[in-house]
Write a protein of this length. Structure first.
Length: 96
């Protein structure tokens, strides 16, 4: 399904007016989305590293809200606790 993202111009295109531009990306083709901090024109901005199945990589400043919600909601993840023996050097397993 096509969704609207805003991605940064290439570093060589910093003279182009505007920081980012809209692009439609097929979310079925998105492999990973990672929150990142981006240095752009002397400023640090929050963004996302988006990689697609065809190997294209984008530095996005905006992503669809449902994808951002997935990244920020960790309530569906399990907690991982260190095995007590791991701290003393006797164990090497994580308990879930």
């Amino acid at each position: 399904m096509l969704k609207l993202f805003n991605v940064l111009n290439n570093e060589s295109d910093q003279s182009v007016d505007g920081i980012d531009y809209p692009i439609l990306i097929n979310t079925d083709q998105v492999v990973t989305i990672k929150p990142i901090r981006i240095m752009f024109q002397g400023h640090i901005i929050d963004g996302y590293w988006v990689r697609t199945t065809n190997g294209k990589k984008y530095r996005a400043t905006r992503i669809p809200s449902e994808l951002e919600t997935l990244l920020s909601d960790d309530s569906h993840l399990t907690d991982t606790h260190l095995d007590e023996n791991l701290e003393s050097g006797e164990g090497n397993q994580l308990n879930h």
